[in-house]
Design a protein around this ligand. Structure first.
Ligand code: DSN
Length: 415
């Protein structure tokens, strides 16, 4: 029985449409996932009504006794999950978490060194169109001709730039990040080392990717990508002084009242991540991504860096006549949702691109294994091999809908 359906049938119908889209299509955008119904229930709870500016036991409003407990649980679970001493669970998003990190540690015009957006980095790692690139003097490193971070080259750039902070972590990098090597570079130039693990956090939490601790001074993440929690951000550190600065930077620095309902949902998500089953999920994500990569390589596609160590692959079409945008549309027509993405050596604009980024976290959450990923990868190759064949796309869309119907995750749009 849906209250929403009676109160606002238009919005209800749109949530129903979205549920059908998420159910019938294969969701392969590397930053998306399917969260738990319990997380959704916590997000829809009465905590949405509560103002709780401040931090547990240090609030600017009365009536926070339960909000305090919720936030403290979220903090304690995040610290247990990532093996660190301090966590701020208030950032409303990954971008705001990163803004908080910079505000805590830097002054305007200080130098930061991050991974170039076009090479796999993120807007908030110093891109000139983001506040990170407008407020701070940003410099970039990229990947080598094999699509991998060249740590010697990063050291060379760092020695020239002398940044106050180095950002490691990426949005479209299929290989492990070596935090230890980054720390050597940061120490050499006297910089803070900041890891943005938004994409790989779920793997880190399962020991399926090396931890940024103890190497990084500060770590940010989102909670909704490979972690499968609610949409939101997170900042962690082992340094008490940095933790205090982060707390002031988030509130009152850049945010007002925290979203207590989302913090409650983060706590529920972290509890899921702490269960033994989480490790199995993370292992499956990696195995499924590897299957995707192996099949596409076998079918003659250029998988950047020759494979993957994590939850995503980047497929380059620099050697093809079609663009990332055309591939994205053709795959979408075939019921497979991916995103166009720039690739190393890019020759096209960010709106067109020469590649696609494909991730396995969401379909793995639906219970798919390597057997299904082998089928899906071959269908992806079939679409790309004959990219203008709209009849084939329509046929595959039907096949993918049938495949997806065996892996239902939600029976209604709201919980
Ligand atoms: N938009 C996210 C992604 O797709 O990787 C990063 O913020």
């Amino acid at each position: 029985m849906s209250i929403l359906k009676n109160v606002d049938p238009l919005i209800y119908e749109l949530t129903q449409n979205e549920l059908e889209r998420q159910t019938n299509h294969l969701e392969m955008i590397a930053s998306e996932n399917f969260t738990y119904p319990a997380v959704m229930e916590a997000m829809g709870s009465v905590f949405t009504n509560k103002y709780a500016e401040g931090y547990p036991n240090k609030r600017y409003y009365g009536g926070c006794e339960f909000a305090d407990k919720v936030e403290q649980l979220a903090i304690d679970r995040a610290c247990e999950l990532f093996g660190c001493n301090y966590a701020n669970v208030q950032p409303n998003s990954g971008s705001q978490a990163n803004q908080g990190v910079y505000q805590a540690l830097l002054k305007p015009f200080d130098k930061i060194l991050g991974m170039d957006l076009s090479q796999g980095g993120h807007l908030t790692h110093g891109s000139k169109v983001s506040s990170s690139g407008k407020t701070y003097s940003s410099f970039f490193y990229g990947v080598d001709e094999n699509g991998r971070i060249d740590y010697e080259k990063v050291m060379e750039i760092a020695k020239i730039v002398k940044p106050k902070l180095i950002v490691c972590g990426a949005s479209a990098y299929p290989r492990e990040i070596n935090f230890e090597k980054f720390r050597v570079i940061a120490d050499e130039v006297g910089a803070y080392l900041f890891a943005d693990i938004a994409h790989i956090a779920g793997l880190v939490a399962a020991d399926e990717h090396p931890s940024p601790f103890p190497h990084c001074h500060i770590v940010s993440s989102t909670t909704h990508k490979t972690l499968r929690g609610p949409r939101g951000g997170l900042i962690m550190t082992n340094d008490e002084d940095i933790a205090k600065k982060v707390n002031s930077a988030i509130f009152p620095g850049i945010q007002g009242g925290p979203l207590v309902h989302v913090i409650a949902a983060k706590a529920v998500g972290f509890a899921e991540n702490l269960k033994p089953e989480w490790k199995e999920y993370a292992k499956d994500v990696k195995a499924n991504t590897k299957k995707l990569s192996d099949v596409l390589l076998k079918r003659g596609y250029d998988v950047v860096s020759g494979g993957t160590d994590n939850h995503l692959i980047l497929v380059s079409f620099l050697d093809k006549t079609f663009s990332g945008k055309e591939a994205d549309i053709a795959l979408g027509n075939a019921g497979i949702t991916v995103n166009k993405n720039t690739v190393p050596g890019e020759t096209r604009s960010p709106f067109v691109t020469s590649g696609v980024r494909i991730g396995a976290a969401a379909l793995t959450a639906r219970g798919m294994k390597t057997e299904q990923f082998e089928i899906i990868a071959n269908k992806i190759a079939d679409v790309l091999d004959d990219i203008e064949n709209v009849d084939l796309q329509a046929k595959i869309k039907q096949e993918m809908k049938e495949l997806a119907s065996n892996f239902i995750i939600y029976d209604r749009p709201t919980y």
